[in-house]
Structure formats: C-alpha cells, structure tokens
Ligand binder design. Sequence first.
Ligand SMILES: [Zn+2]
Length: 273
Amino acid sequence: MPEMPEVEQVRKTLAPKIVGSKIKKVEVLLDRIIKYPTVAEFIKVVKNKTITSIERRGKYLALHFSKDQFILIHLRMTGALLVMPKTETAPKYATVKFELENGLNLWFTDIRTFGTMHLITNKDVVIESYENLGPEPLSKEFTLEYLKEKIKKSKKPIKTFILDQNVIAGLGNIYADEALAVANIYPAKEANTLKAKEQQALYVGINQVIKQGIKNKGTTFRDYKDADGNKGSNQNKLLVYSRKGKPCKTCGTLLEGMKIGGRGTVYCKKCQK
Ligand SMILES: [Zn+2]
C-alpha cells in the first residue's frame, strides 16, 4: 500500500501536469470508487472545474478546485494516478478518467479497487479518518513532547501505536517496521513501557525513514508507481521490511517475522529489544 512518501511522490509528479488545467470531461468506469456524492452529481460538479492545487495529508490526496471544494482521494492498496496524452488508450485497470483541456488525461487505475474518491464542498460531508489525522512526521506539530505524551497513555504494542493514523499520519507497515529497526525497539513492546531514550530514538527513527523514503521517491514492491509511471528506489535501502530470513544489516542475525495486530512484522531479535 502506498504510504506517506509514495503518496507525496505522486503529488509531486502530478502537480506540474495538472495544476491550472480545466477538467473538460469526467468518465467513471467503476461506480463504487466514487463514495460521495452520487456518480451523476460527481460528474456534474467536477466538469469544467479548474484544478488549482494538489495537496497531501497523511495518505490522502486532495485535488482542489477552491479552498473548500476538492476531490479527496485515497489510493488504498493499489490505486494509482497516471497522466497520459489523450491520444493514448486507457491504461489497465482504469476506473476514472478526467480529460484535461491541456491535452492530457488523468487516470485513476486500481487493480484491487479499494481506492476511494469523495467530492467535498464546504465540508458538506465529514470523512472522520481524514478529519482526525494526527500530525505528520517532519512537521513542526510532530514534536518529541507530543509523541511522549501519546506513548504514555497507550498500552498497545508500539508498532500498532505508530500505525494509528490519529496519532501520526502517514506511516504504514513498511515505514513502521523500518522506524522500529532504526530505533532498535522490539515491535511488540507495550508503548507505555518505552524508556525516555527509546522514545527519543523512535522519534528520530520515524522522521529518518520518512525522509529517506521521500528522497528515494518511495518504495515499490508490486504496484506502486508515481504519476509518471516510475517506480521508487527505497526498497533497496530497507533494513527489515520484506527481509525476513535474511541477515540483519547491523549484526548479521537472521531477521524474524511475527504478526502484530494482524500485520506481518519483520525485526532483528538481537538488535531490537
Ligand atoms: Zn541485528
């Protein structure tokens, strides 16, 4: 699933191609991607609107027509936004097509079809998972004091805790495993038992892995691509994620796997205590 660095890379590669352009026509090829309002209403409102900006919050993208009117997009498992010349035929797994007046088509493709779009005007609909997002790594709101305050109150395994989008926006399974590896913390450890030094290491680890992911244009395992159709390179830099049974890059011990809150987790039993 695309996480914060991947969604940010999509935003960066989309912006120069679509911002400032008017949407001439909308075609919805799979109705259930449009969660609000109805498909007919969605098409009616979006047609002839000019895209003024594209913003990201957590793993959400917002295609703005004005400050208070935007399409809120979540890529979920396999959603992708691709920009192609209008002369090119529909990409595989196309679900929504926006024809732009600049001669490009913006396509939403989705193999598993869990992706979503909501058209929001003056907060006429409240998407709780969006409204309640916690601060983002690398933002000034995400301070060590904030993290400590939240950790103190949680009895969840630390991995489950940092995956909670209401606590920190943007981390998924990849960057959560990586942050815990950087911080040398055992992923199943109860959050409120972390010592001050561990809290500090986790804070540094979260920011570090997100920063590295953005720098490497995201992590691609199967389906994630940016708006240019390019893959990221961060998969080559990972310490633990997807490396179960391979040697730890620090100590050489073979990495182990376990399930935490139903999520596959990889860690080094020697380095992560
Ligand atoms: Zn190790």
